[in-house]
Design a protein around this ligand. Structure first.
Ligand code: DQA
Length: 146
């Protein structure tokens, strides 16, 4: 059976392409999904690409991942900075977690500098734009095959 990686996106990321393009660029979430699907195909793995604006839905997906995922890549968006509930859910997930941010959160407003999710992440990628997802997926595939 090939590995399954969840790629979970938080609030407002559905509007990538329209949302603050000077910060997040002009590519859409669909473009990111297509980039990830290409890497998945090349490496013979499966991905589940998800986005929600609702915290509870993200938590439920993390619970589901405990059943069938080899790793989670997550851009929790603004929930990174606020959600102990998402951190708690990730704590119950025993495989690798890679946190992605399109922008460099440390170069931005101070309220973005802390991410609760980082406490449980194997690695954090921030500031590489949408390429951060490609880097995360390549690295996750390496981690899962070790
Ligand atoms: C983000 C950074 C967060 O601070 C912000 O709330 C987002 C997107 C990023 O990908 O750069 O929604 O996670």
């Amino acid at each position: 059976m090939s590995s399954l990686i969840y790629i979970i996106n938080g609030p407002n990321l559905n509007l990538l392409g329209q949302r603050e393009p000077s910060i997040y660029g002009t590519h859409t979430l669909k473009d990111i999904e297509n980039n990830c699907l290409e890497i998945a195909k090349k490496n013979n793995i499966k991905i589940k690409f998800l986005q929600s604006n609702a915290e509870h839905e993200i938590i439920n997906w993390i619970h589901n991942a405990r059943e069938d995922a080899s790793g989670i890549i997550i851009n929790p968006a603004a929930f990174s900075h606020t959600s102990i509930a998402i951190l708690d859910a990730l704590t119950l997930f025993e495989e690798h977690i890679i946190e992605v941010h399109i922008s460099n959160i440390h170069k931005r407003e101070s309220f973005r500098h802390n991410s609760y999710v980082s406490q449980k992440s194997t690695a954090v990628i921030a500031g590489f734009g949408i390429d951060g997802y490609k880097i995360a997926l390549e690295k996750m595939i390496n981690l899962c095959s070790n």
